[in-house]
Design a protein around this ligand. Structure first.
Ligand code: PLP
Length: 352
């Protein structure tokens, strides 16, 4: 008897596209402005703590609940341990949220374009994605709350535009929805305002944070979810037992201990973001006001793929999206001043 292994794959998985992350080339070194990584290294306390941690203890499993890190984060963010869940990157927390709340046919709403992992995760659960187009200025579509969705996802600041809606608009959505409002704050340390106060007012609001961007730890995969303790209890049930490894937990603790290091890097990135925005505008791009560590630059109606390719040939990677909403845009991560100078010099050559 012949087994047809592919016929055994769930139809929902066969149908789906799968999430395609940004390019992570391993062949040569680029000026990498395509994945919103931090151009500055993590705190020296992180590297020192990691060096100390490499030893005999690696044979032992990590703390399944990551209580030390939860307690530290609770102190930093004014929460309790019971309101915090640690994930293997905020991506894993997104997966846990989907597993917990979304069954076949359940609706998940989000304004688009946005972080495209949301689409893949909804498809895996056989949920129904309710994709609400943003208006041209990326202001929040108010009908988001009227979708009868079990989950609403809101990127705050928004990716890929970097825009940040006023907190009052986000709060209106929290007040109007009958589902769970997930506020994905992967980039919030680069912004002027967090939605954290909403967590204290609404038990159906969940916040996600990442150590990949502001804390310069993308390679170690650490994220935090903040939610009502009763929801954290449910989320814990769908967590892999030892989801965050020993070294990542140690690194995250050391990074939180040196919060000031992160703030200094964020300040530098914000200053460079201002300069980059201005320079791109002078080159004729429309640039959205970004509150993140990247900017979205648009040349209305002009496909930016040749520019993306030209930059890549010159050793500079930025993000190009071929979709009809974004084909005339480049998303550029804010690097160091020197990296941004090189980007701008190459862009000027390509445009002329
Ligand atoms: C909006 C958004 N949410 C979540 C993530 C995932 O971050 P992490 O590295 O913590 O998994 C990203 C990564 O780029 C992102 O852009």
């Amino acid at each position: 008897m012949t087994v047809r292994p592919l016929d055994l794959v769930r139809a929902a998985i066969r149908r789906m596209q799968g999430y395609v992350p940004g390019e992570q080339p391993q062949d040569k070194r680029y000026i990498k402005l395509n994945s919103n990584e931090n151009p500055y290294p993590p705190s020296p306390r992180v590297t020192a703590a990691l060096r100390r941690a490499i030893g005999d203890d690696l044979r032992l499993y990590p703390d399944p609940l990551a209580d030390r890190l939860r307690d530290q984060a609770a102190a930093v963010y004014g929460l309790t341990r019971e309101q915090i869940l640690v994930g293997n990157g905020s991506d894993e927390l997104l997966t846990m949220l989907m597993r917990t709340f979304v069954g076949a046919g359940d609706r998940v709403a989000y304004p688009v374009p946005t972080y495209s992992l949301y689409d893949a995760l909804v498809a895996m659960q056989e949920g129904e994605a309710v994709r609400i187009p943003f208006p041209a200025d990326f202001s929040l579509p108010p009908q988001l709350a009227d979708t009868d969705a079990k989950l609403i996802f809101l990127c705050h600041p928004h990716a890929p535009s970097g825009t940040l809606p006023p907190l009052s608009t986000v709060e209106t959505i929290a007040q109007r929805t009958r589902g769970i409002l997930v506020i994905d704050e992967a980039y919030i340390d680069f912004a002027h305002e967090t939605a954290l106060p909403l967590l204290h007012k609404y038990p159906h609001v969940i916040l996600l944070r990442s150590f990949s961007k502001s804390f310069s730890l993308a390679g170690l995969r650490i994220g935090l979810a903040f939610a009502h303790p009763s929801l954290i209890q449910e989320l814990l049930k769908v967590k892999d037992s030892y989801n965050v490894n020993r070294l990542s937990l140690i690194a995250a603790s050391a990074a939180l201990e040196d919060y000031a290091w992160m703030r200094r890097n964020v300040d530098k990135i914000r200053a460079t973001r201002g300069r980059l925005t201005q320079a791109l505008r002078e080159l004729g791009y429309f640039v959205y006001d970004s509150q993140a560590n990247f900017v979205l630059a648009r040349k209305q109606g002009i496909n930016q793929q040749p520019i993306y390719r030209g930059l890549k040939e010159r050793g500079i990677l930025v993000r190009y999206f071929s979709s009809p909403e974004l084909y005339d845009c480049l998303r550029i991560t804010v690097g160091t001043d020197e990296q941004i100078d090189q980007l701008l010099a190459s862009l000027k050559q390509l445009i002329s």
